[in-house]
Design a protein around this ligand. Structure first.
Ligand SMILES: *Cc1c(COP(=O)(O)O)cnc(C)c1O
Length: 477
C-alpha cells in the first residue's frame, strides 16, 4: 500500500532540523559524470530474482559452501551511481553500496580511469619489495585528514579486519600490554582475533572459538536501550568502563577499540559525551584509543571521519570499506610516535596497499573533494528524515530513526513496546527487494533496517527508493 503521508516530490519535501520546525531543502543534484551509468531509474522487467539469476544461484549453491550467506539472490551485470543492473536487465535502487563501500558509485569514471591506467602499468610489486608513489599519496592524504592529534603516519592493508588486527598489534607494541577493551554490539571483522572483538555470536562466532582471552567487553552508551535512566547513559557507561578497567587492571590494557557509530550492531549513535569520556579514561591510563571507522569513515556520516561528530581525537583510526572505491584497501592512520612502535618488518603483507587499490583510493579522494560528498552525505540525512519521519510516526512499529549522514537506520519493534521485531525487519527488507530496492538488515537483534546509499545517488532515485521503503513500513501497520 502506498503510504499517503509521503510526498515524493523533491521540492515539497520538508526536513526536521533536529528540532520540530520544518523547512524545505532539496538534495543537491549528483554530478552526472560520477554516476558511470547514465540510466539512473528503477526498472523491473522480471520478478526478483529473474530467471537468469535463478540459474546462476543454483550453480552457486552447488559450488559454494553454505557458510557464505546472501542477502538477495540476484547476479549483477553492471552498476554505477545509485543503480545495480542484474543479469536479467532489472535496474535495482542501491541503498546498500555493497555495505558502505561504493560511496562514489560502483563505476565512477575517476576511479575506473585511474585503475585502468595503473593496471596496464603494473598490478603488483609488493610494497615491502619495491615501492610506488600511489601508496605514499594515499598515506599522505589520510595523514592530513584523519582527526589524529599531532603528526600522523599511515600503514595500508587489504581488509578492515586485517587493519583492526594491525591497530591492536601496534597498540600492544607501543604499550607492552596484552589486553584489549571493546564494546557491546561491536563488529570488528571475521578473522580469528577480530571475531574475539566482535560481539554477536550468531552468525559470526558460533563454532569458531576458542577466542583470545585478553579481550574484554564494556557497555556502549545507547540511550534507546539503556537499562536505567537514558539521560544517565553516558555517566553510567563510563562508570562501568572504569569498573571493568579496575577488574582487569588498567596497566594491562593496550587498547580500547570503539566504533564512533556502531555499524553491524545497529547504526547506534552513542549518547552525547560518551566518546570523549572514553577518550579521557584511555588517556588517563596510557591506553591507546583506536577508532574503528571501517564502516563510518571516509565521508559516509556527513563528516570525513565519524570521530569528528563528538570531537573524538583517537590515537589510531582504522578505515577500509569506502577507502578503495570497491577495491580492497584498508588503513591504520595514527600518531606517528605510536605507529613507530612496531619494529622494522613488523607491519605489511603481500598485497597490503596494492597499487591498483591505491589508484582507486586517489580517485575516491578526488571525487569526495570535488563533488562535496561530505556535505552531500549530510544533505542525505535531512532528506531521509523528512521522507521517513511521517510514516514512522504514523506506523507505530519503529522505535527510532537514527544515524548520521548517509548512514541512517530504523529499528523495528512490536507496537507500543521496545521488544525487537526482527521478522518485521526481514519482511520489510524482502518487500523492498521484490520491488527492486536493495537494502540491508543489521543490529544485535536483527531488527534494524539500514540505509547506505552511494553518496552520489540521484535525488529522485533516492526518493523512489524511500517511497518503496515507506510503503513497506506502512504495510506493517
Ligand atoms: C566491515 C567492518 C569491519 C571488517 O572489515 P572487512 O573488510 O570485512 O574485514 C571491521 N569493522 C567495522 C566497523 C566494519 O563495519
Amino acid at each position: 500500500m502506498r503510504h499517503p503521508m509521503f510526498t515524493p516530490s523533491l521540492e515539497r519535501l520538508g526536513t526536521h532540523d533536529k528540532g520540530t520546525e520544518m523547512k524545505t531543502t532539496a538534495l543537491p543534484p549528483a554530478t552526472p559524470v560520477t554516476s558511470g551509468l547514465p540510466d539512473q531509474q528503477r526498472k523491473l522487467v522480471t520478478p526478483i530474482p529473474g530467471p537468469r539469476s535463478r540459474v546462476l544461484h543454483e550453480q552457486r549453491a552447488a559450488a559454494l559452501p553454505p557458510g557464505l550467506s546472501n542477502v538477495v539472490p540476484v547476479f549483477v551485470e553492471r552498476a554505477g551511481g545509485g543503480i545495480i543492473v542484474d543479469v536479467d536487465g532489472n535496474h535495482l535502487v542501491d541503498l546498500a553500496s555493497g555495505i558502505a563501500v561504493t560511496s562514489v558509485g560502483a563505476s565512477a569514471p575517476e576511479v575506473v580511469t585511474r585503475v585502468q591506467e595503473q593496471v596496464a602499468k603494473f598490478t603488483h610489486t609488493c610494497f615491502l619489495v619495491t615501492e610506488y608513489q600511489g601508496y605514499v599519496d594515499v598515506a599522505t592524504w589520510l595523514n592530513e585528514h584523519a582527526p589524529v592529534p599531532g603528526e600522523a603516519t599511515t600503514a595500508l592493508f587489504s581488509t578492515g579486519a586485517e587493519a583492526v588486527e594491525n591497530a591492536v598489534k601496534i597498540a600492544r607494541a607501543a604499550t607492552s600490554r596484552p589486553a584489549v577493551i571493546v564494546f557491546d554490539n561491536a563488529y570488528h571483522g571475521r578473522s580469528l582475533f577480530t571475531l574475539a572483538m566482535t560481539a554477536k555470536d550468531r552468525p559470526y562466532k558460533d563454532g569458531f572459538g576458542p577466542f583470545d582471552a585478553h579481550v574484554h567487553r564494556a557497555p556502549y552508551a545507547q540511550q534507546l536501550r539503556w537499562p536505567g535512566d537514558p539521560a544517565q547513559a553516558t555517566p553510567d557507561a563510563l562508570a562501568e568502563l572504569q569498573s571493568l578497567l579496575n577488574r582487569v587492571g588498567p596497566e594491562t590494557v593496550a587498547a580500547i577499540v570503539i566504533e564512533p557509530v556502531q555499524g553491524e550492531g545497529g547504526f547506534i549513535v552513542p549518547a552525547p559525551g560518551f566518546l570523549r569520556g572514553v577518550q579521557s579514561i584511555a588517556r588517563q591510563h596510557g591506553i591507546v584509543l583506536v577508532a574503528d571507522e571501517v564502516q563510518a569513515g571516509i565521508a559516509r556520516t556527513g563528516r570525513l571521519f565519524a570521530s569528528e561528530h563528538d570531537g573524538l581525537e583517537p590515537d589510531l583510526v582504522v578505515t577500509a570499506k569506502a577507502l578503495g572505491g570497491g577495491l580492497p584497501l584498508a588503513a591504520v592512520t595514527g600518531r606517528a610516535d605510536i605507529m613507530a612502535a612496531a619494529r622494522v618488518g613488523g607491519l605489511g603483507g603481500t598485497y597490503a596497499g596494492n597499487p591498483v587499490a591505491c589508484a582507486a583510493a586517489l580517485g575516491v579522494f578526488e571525487i569526495i573533494e570535488r563533488d562535496g560528498l561530505v556535505e552531500r552525505a549530510a544533505a542525505i540525512e535531512q532528506h531521509v528524515i523528512a521522507a521517513l519521519q511521517p510514516v514512522i510516526e504514523a506506523s507505530g512499529v519503529v522505535a527510532e530513526l537514527r544515524g548520521h549522514g548517509a548512514m541512517m537506520a530504523i529499528e523495528l519493534v512490536r507496537p507500543g513496546t521496545l521488544e525487537p521485531d526482527p521478522e518485521a525487519a526481514v519482511r520489510i527488507a524482502r518487500a523492498c527487494h521484490k520491488r527492486g530496492v536493495l537494502l540491508l538488515v543489521c543490529g544485535t537483534f536483527g531488527n534494524v533496517i539500514r540505509l547506505l546509499p552511494p553518496l552520489v545517488i540521484d535525488g529522485a532515485l533516492l526518493d523512489d527508493g524511500l517511497q518503496v521503503l515507506a510503503d513497506a513500513i506502512w504495510d506493517e501497520t
